[in-house]
Design a protein around this ligand. Sequence first.
Ligand code: F6P
Length: 342
Amino acid sequence: MRIGMLTGGGDCPGLNAVIRAVVRKGEGHYQHEVVGYRHGWRGLIEGESMPLSLESTRGLLPRGGTILGTSRTNPYKSDDGPARVKATLARDGVDAVIAIGGEDTLGVAHRLAGDGVQVVGVPKTIDNDLSATDFTFGFHTAVQIATDAIDRLHTTAESHDRVMVVEVMGRHAGWIATYSGLAGGADMILVPETPFDIDEICTRIKRRHERGANFSIVVVAEGAVPIAGTMELQTGTVDDFGHVRLGGIGNRLQAEIEERTGYEARMTQLGHLLRGGTPSAYDRVIATRFGIEAIDAANDREFDVMVALRGTDVIRVPLESGVAQLKTVDQRLFDTAAVFFG
Ligand code: F6P
């Protein structure tokens, strides 16, 4: 077989580990040929590819980012997009595509499957917001980076008697905020799942300080929203998939907290730091297992499926189930973190 592979959407640690695993088993075991498409679906629209081999994918396991490049291109944004994707596949003699991506990339993969393209999906995102899989790779690494940052902010917060606001990515799900806040001992975690009340936050911070604490750590997910009408927020630009660009809530919170409590506050926006660098051991293992399962599925000619982690097993599920619904933070998990709020 000839297998095409692409990485779409925001990059995350572990993408290269999937690429390596697919090539290792695809070429090394099945004797398939693997070709990489550059910058997500854009590579298939524009016909931009690169050969992938055992040789060219050597040493990729610990490397962050993606050697294929990525973009948020949506072929269904233009009338001839899907036809151009199919034309490229026909030109290159590609039998099946392994698409590594999040909700948007896999949503396109599922639509293309409906249009006759043979696709297998691999779920990735630091946001961990894909239903049908317990975890996506990239998430664990992002949580570790955020936790390390929170640990560091604790010591400087303590020295200066400050309230530190830490903004983390995660889009419209609070997984990174909840996990890193729990692991880092945050005094407050704000997530998109529950609109926050700025008055209540300030009351809690004041109460904590009156009880003897001289600093507080507030972790806020970039997608967190205030209760309607309580605080104004800026809105950002939208991408090809209609998603608004998030980021900046931490700044607003820092100003509000400082003004309302009288305590000095500072904001740290972790942003793309959470997506950079080498994947954790855990993410390397899931990414590798996902890559192997994906090439096995393609070899079995089982398409319109994605690989997924369920418990400790890697399984295949219909692609549709992976993109049907946003996976938001489990309330019981959040309640555990909330026991430690100020
Ligand atoms: O989906 C991954 C993610 O990092 C989100 O957490 C964040 O909102 C978004 O991508 C940022 O995208 P970009 O890299 O386009 O700024």
